[in-house]
Design a protein around this ligand. Sequence first.
Ligand code: F6R
Length: 601
Amino acid sequence: MCGIVGIIGKEHAEEVILKGLERLEYRGYDSAGLFVANAETAHLVKAQGRIRNLEEKITPSTTGTMGIGHTRWATHGKPSEANAHPHTSASQRLVLVHNGVIENFEALHQEYLSEDHFIGQTDTEIVVHLVEKMMASGTTVKEAFKKTLGLIRGSYAFALVDRKDPETIYVAKNKSPLLIGLGDGFNVLCSDALAMLDQTDRFVELEDGEMVTVRADHITIEDIAGNEITRAPYQATFDASDIEKGTYPYYMLKEIDEQPAVMRRIVEHYTTDGQIVMDSQLIKELAGSDRIYIVACGTSSHAGWAAKKFIETLAEIPVEVHLSSEFGYDMPLLSKKPFFIYLTQSGETADSRQVLVKTNQLGFPSLTITNVAGSTLSREADYTLLLHAGPEIAVASTKAYTAQIAVLALLAKKVGEYQANPIALELDIAHELGLIASGMETVINEKALIQELAADYLTDTRNAFYIGRSNDYYVSLEAALKLKEISYIQAEGFAAGELKHGTIALIEEDTPVIGIITEEITGSHTRGNLKEVESRGAKTLTIVSEELAKETDQIILPTVHPLLTSLISVIPTQLIAYYATLQRGFDVDKPRNLAKSVTVE
Ligand code: F6R
């Protein structure tokens, strides 16, 4: 949610900033802006809309040896040039970019700044005015910034520049992600290492409450009390080519296509000589728990649902799946020995983090399964398992969903082996994931058929339904989310048997209803439900496992292990969403109103 970049100590800082912002555009794309300066000149440029609008405003004179940039996902104040960052202080001397939400900005406004004039409606503008106010008594920028940090409540990643000292960028972080990258004779800052990978692969993580003074040749990290902190950088494990689109028109298609390789990579990472290798203490703690609570949002929560049945079957531990945004404030009565699993592609989702903070306070063990090493939820949980899916850039999550299920499958098998559960001992999950990788390729090769079906069923419709039972129902939830978030079709994932209890009233002539059938027992019932909607005018489409398929079914899935069917059945639904969106003429990778990493509650 919002992206920040900055650089100091390099010619043409504007080029580095623009490239970094393009790479962070998945974090927000309502508006963007940059500030660049050197000893003689300074330029502040902002634009509403995409980064390309900002680029169009950059002239050859908009250059500098240092600068900061921002791409926005609006929280306070509508998307507009006035609300775009960077924001400036009353005298224009201070320039600030911010990711996060300042909860007490109205109170600060009233108490300290009631006389000030503001250009926009953002909480950030209040902060930069406040820093300048704190300088009134001759305090240095750094001290004034510190004082301001002491007054504000909320989440933030800030980068602050004083026009009178373009040799320094002041940075502070609380709850919102921010990294410092170390270069040779220059330094950078960014919300996500992806943004600056072509500048450096050495990054320093920051802890909440820390403030950093960044200069070209040197960084100084201080904690809240002003103590200097030394922290070694880590090396980013992916390189700049991982985040290029290559010949693909959209990241989403690239990421759908990458899924077979991700399955194989996960097996490679977590097995040695056919044995699953995972932290033995993690396995022991999980096996000793009496209930697993999976906490997640959106697509990640759907991955949790897809995993529930196989975890219960293999590890023999009851599983509850909860939405983070509900769980934190409406915690159910917990079991005696709970174990928490946080599923989060980004590792930065604020809704999930607030639950982790609470379960940490309660002293419960936790595991974060994430795609981002060193992310906040990874650092704050007891254990981490990485997805090894490679950067996911399209806003609509695809490969992270299947990677989460695959990692959970290996984990469930390992816990089941520890419990000596015969079903777990017998199942060769690594082999099954290999078969799934090949099965995914078979489905992906059916793109032409799926594109045709998407055009036929979804080009003009206002709404659509996915239905299924058991695992097919959980995939229906994910399939519907994918379709609605990028194609803007009002799509619902429904338990097939539940339709007739009310929702069937929405079925009209030609309403698309897509049935997912991968299980024999429930499949015949779902077919019955499809007949019910057909007789009320619905236009039905079926996604069916090979061994259950009839001549009239349209999308046929290779047969895979019955516990893991979600990994295959979700693939055509991702492609349906992709092609329906293209057909309807929308931007697949950057759907309206959304951002990739949701760092506000
Ligand atoms: C949908 C999507 C979102 C995320 C959700 C959680 O395609 O990507 O629903 O799954 O915002 O994000 P993470 O997994 O980063 O916690």
